[in-house]
Design a protein around this ligand. Structure first.
Ligand code: NCD
Length: 307
């Protein structure tokens, strides 16, 4: 039963519960009009303490396409946060007006703390360099639409694996499935955090390799998940400048990829994928962004107990 639950971390739901969300998302993709009045009379609040394009707009368009309404802020300085209001007070106030809330915050753990103060479902839309579970929903719906299922596949992750919260959530999710293998491509300084290697990969006996070049591995990948170097999480600009251009996927490098190696990226991209790759049929990042709206429609319906 997903009604009334929070989604803060991929471990909050079981495999079966995620299955319910994806099954509903596939139904929505096939027939979106059927759902266009499902959330009439309901309100979704978006509380964004950090910038966003896809996550916020896809949540808002998801609710609007379900016939619901939206309120919220995308710039905390335009709300009482600027007057020094605590997260606890803000979220308790929002609960007076909304049925479900989405929060993005630069501090790791902030959405979990906020969820303790309210009964309405709260969704983590990214907390610092920690987790981003609804991007994982987006990624998995995309993987299923392209290849049918997530099991028995080789996933390459490239770029900022240290601070990239989308990578952390997707690896955490995939580690519960059979036959997955990871190729982790990053500079030494941006390798996956120790806790993910130890508590997730090693604990689940997931085969993985940590490498510093992408070309030799691209041919065997089912998916190559590219990421942006997370400038805002760096302590100094010099390190960012030194690392930011280490991996750039261009047309020449795509020749090393398999015929069915799909390229994913949570977006926004900076320069890690050259625009010349966009026309390649294996480049799927813009359809991935669209899937984000469908899967968030399914999530909202489940958390509100409407489906
Ligand atoms: C990601 C994020 O916010 O973590 N963006 C997104 O939600 N699609 C990735 C990023 O900012 O690099």
């Amino acid at each position: 039963m997903l009604k009334g639950r929070n989604l803060i971390d991929p471990s909050d739901f079981t495999r079966e519960e995620f299955r319910e969300i994806f099954d509903l998302a596939h139904q929505i993709v096939a027939n979106p009009e059927k759902f266009n009045k499902s959330c009439e009379g309901k309100i979704l609040a978006t509380l964004f303490y950090e910038p966003s394009t896809r996550t916020r707009f896809s949540f808002e368009s998801a609710m609007l396409r379900l016939g619901g309404q939206i309120i919220g802020f995308s710039e905390p300085n335009s709300s009482s946060v600027a007057k020094g209001e605590s997260i606890a007070d803000t979220i308790r106030t929002i609960e007076c007006y909304a049925d479900v809330a989405v929060m993005r915050h630069p501090k790791e753990g902030a959405p979990r703390v906020a969820s303790r103060y309210v009964k309405m479902p709260l969704i983590n839309a990214g907390d610092g360099g920690h987790q981003h579970p609804t991007q994982t929903l987006t990624d998995i719906l995309t993987i299923e639409r392209l290849k049918g299922s997530v099991e028995n596949r080789i996933y390459g992750f490239c770029g900022d694996l240290k601070f990239g919260r989308t990578v952390h959530s997707l690896i955490k999710f995939l580690s519960n499935y059979e036959g997955v293998r990871f190729i982790l491509i990053s500079p030494e300084e941006l390798r996956l955090p120790e806790y993910i290697r130890e508590e997730i990969l090693k604990k689940h006996h997931i085969p993985f390799q940590e490498v510093e070049k992408m070309e030799p591995y691209m041919g065997e990948l089912d998916f190559l998940y590219m990421t942006r170097v997370q400038r805002e999480r760096f302590f100094n600009e010099e390190d960012y400048i030194r690392l930011k251009d280490r991996f750039i996927l261009d047309r020449e490098k795509m020749q090393h990829a398999g015929k069915e190696t799909y390229i994913l990226h949570p977006l926004p991209r900076v320069n890690e994928i050259s625009p010349e790759v966009d026309d390649d049929p294996r480049a799927q990042y813009f359809s991935q962004a669209k899937n984000g709206m469908y899967v968030r429609m399914a999530l909202i319906l489940k958390l509100l107990g409407i489906y």
